[in-house]
Design a protein around this ligand. Structure first.
Ligand SMILES: [Zn+2]
Length: 282
């Protein structure tokens, strides 16, 4: 909002509007400052997908529909695999609701403002995942704990609006090109699907590459597939996924696909389904 250009002096309603605007700007600035904290990617260090320190505003969900989620999931158009080395074709790769939706810089979410209908808190955390992924995450966290490799969740589901604010803050601080190596534009984040989470062990290696060298990082890399999770942004695959190595970012795809990828030594979803590499936005 701009002050009227031809006004000789601000009328009372203009003053009120200006004060309201100032208040709104102050609130946004406070939120962005709070998000920065010590999780900014450090210069010269591996850049992460630094987690904001504020919790995303909980999404108010409408009453759950009475239909089974399973019935609403989009099956792949060609369910039968061609050969024994072909990837499974159980679910579609397209709509945001699909368990195998592939989101990257060339594949925005459809619809862009998608909100999963079955988000729930992962037990013991304030972070949300879709119900099936939350079940799997809880099992994985318990197993990691039993193995002496406990980890926590920094962020899981993020709304379109939250991602928009987050990316804008990184863009302002780091410039667009740099921000895009570690953070997604709104509508392009896997976190918005409700299938992905950032996990951490120590604050020192939270959303940093050194998570890979911690007990939890090693355990997750070795065992996540058993719970249906993959490391979505593996080392050395930035030209394909569009993102730097993120040993902390896990994506739920279910054990069928996670097992197939492991058995076939396929590191990325793009390679699994022979999709174009997505290093940059179109
Ligand atoms: Zn992430």
């Amino acid at each position: 909002m701009r002050p009227p250009e031809h006004a000789r002096g601000p009328a009372p309603h203009v003053l009120i509007a200006a004060l309201t605007l100032l208040g709104a700007v102050a609130v946004v600035a406070a939120v962005l400052l709070a998000m920065r904290g010590d999780s900014e990617p450090g210069v010269g260090r591996a850049l992460g997908d630094p987690a904001p320190r504020v919790t995303p505003t909980p999404v108010v969900l409408s009453a759950p529909e009475s239909v089974e989620i399973e019935d609403t999931l989009p099956r792949a158009a060609t369910p039968a695999s061609g050969g024994q080395d072909d990837p499974p074709r159980t679910w579609s790769l397209e709509p945001a609701v699909s368990p195998w939706v592939i989101v990257n810089k060339l594949r925005p979410l459809d619809p862009q403002d998608y909100v999963p209908s079955d988000l729930r808190d992962v037990a013991g955390t304030s972070q949300q995942l879709r119900a099936e992924a939350a079940d799997a995450m809880e099992a994985m966290m318990a197993a990691a704990s039993d193995a002496g490799a406990s980890f926590r969740i920094s962020t899981a589901y993020r709304s379109y609006g939250f991602q928009e604010s987050l990316f804008a803050a990184y863009q302002r601080d780091w410039g667009t090109a740099r921000a895009e190596t570690f953070s997604a534009r709104a509508g392009h984040s896997e976190h918005q699907t409700g299938w992905a989470a950032d996990v951490y062990e120590s604050n020192a290696c939270k959303v940093k590459a050194c998570f890979a060298d911690e007990a939890a990082g090693r355990w997750v890399a070795a065992h996540a597939w058993e719970y249906g999770f993959i490391l979505r942004y593996p080392e050395g695959k930035q030209e394909i996924t569009g993102y730097r190595y993120e040993p902390w970012h896990v994506r739920y795809v279910g054990t069928e696909l996670a097992t197939w990828m492991r058995e076939h030594d396929v590191a990325t979803l793009e390679e699994a389904f022979s999709l174009p590499a997505a290093p940059d936005y179109p």
